[in-house]
Design a binder for this molecule. Structure first.
Ligand code: SAM
Length: 274
């Protein structure tokens, strides 16, 4: 079943803002249940749009922050919700400083994300992980599959390593195109992301000592994923040193684990130190 509310009428969905609005009450209910909002939570919704998730969230909490870029939609949200209940941050979520909300307590961030910016937005959120309690996002199913992929599978890539390093992630359920208006061409899925606290990050001793070096090594390894690590990482480490670390030099980027990448980067960080 789908619904078209009064608030949805006369809005032409803007492709450039990745606008596919949720219209299935059943799916909306399932998403809100997955988020599990409780009174007192500090909730932040990215891209509230016409309020499909915003409204049911506000039935469970007193107040919500939203970040929205589309001025027409912002005007509608202002008409519909009072500032006491809804704080609207007008602008681009890719530039939004989530740190500005840190005084409000651990953040629960949610959103049916615009698909055209989903990966950059996930990377934009990483530096704020220590302020976050959990995040629930709707993304293209194919992207969620890559986020939660296991090593040794074709979906395991840079996105998997970088996000699994920072978060525990779980694919919750798949959402068909019919749940949206306009309907996208592909399936979507809901993912739950819970930051690993620094102390539990992959177990003790497995935290990247130089996060930027870790990111560069991962990027280099997956830059040509069909090539062997001894080739893609040639500028970082010799074949013999790779083998000494217990990493098979003929392995490909997708064959080694997140913990292997951390170990590799930490060894390189030690070499680099005087
Ligand atoms: N939450 C609504 C729903 O589920 O029906 C709308 C989801 S729609 C897929 C994505 C929303 O994100 C739209 O409201 C769009 O205007 C907004 N948006 C797109 N790009 C954005 C950006 N860079 N920053 C903030 N919001 C953005």
């Amino acid at each position: 079943m789908t619904v078209q509310r009064e608030s949805q009428r006369n809005h032409v969905a803007r492709k450039r803002f990745g606008q596919n609005f949720l219209v299935s009450p059943g799916i909306i209910h399932q998403i809100v249940d997955a988020i599990g909002p409780r009174a007192g939570d500090t909730l932040v919704e990215i891209g509230p749009g016409l309020g499909a998730i915003t409204e049911p969230l506000l039935e469970r909490v007193d107040h919500l922050h939203v970040v929205e870029i589309d001025r027409d939609l912002i005007a509608r949200l202002r008409d519909r919700f009072t500032p006491e209940r809804l704080t609207i941050h007008e602008g681009d979520a890719l530039k939004f400083d989530f740190g500005a909300l840190k005084e409000s307590g651990p953040l629960k961030i949610v959103g049916n994300l615009p698909y055209n910016i989903s990966s950059p937005l996930l990377f934009h959120l990483v530096p704020f992980a220590s302020l976050v309690h959990d995040m629930h996002f709707m993304l293209q199913k194919e992207v969620v599959d890559r986020m939660v992929a296991e090593p040794g599978t074709k979906d395991f890539g840079r996105l998997s390593v970088m996000l699994q390093y920072h978060y525990h992630m779980e694919r919750m359920f798949v959402v068909p195109p019919s749940a949206f208006s306009p309907a996208p061409k592909v399936d979507s899925a809901i993912v739950r992301m819970i930051p690993r606290s620094t102390s539990t990050k992959l177990g003790s001793g497995e935290t990247a000592t130089d996060p930027s070096l870790f990111a560069r090594v991962v990027t280099a390894a997956f830059s040509q994923r069909r090539k062997m690590l001894r080739n893609t990482l040639r500028t970082f480490i010799s074949e013999a040193d790779l083998a000494a670390l217990g990493i098979t030099p003929t392995a490909r980027a997708e064959d080694i684990t997140v913990a292997d990448y951390v170990r590799l980067a930490n060894t390189l960080a030690k070499f680099a130190k005087p």
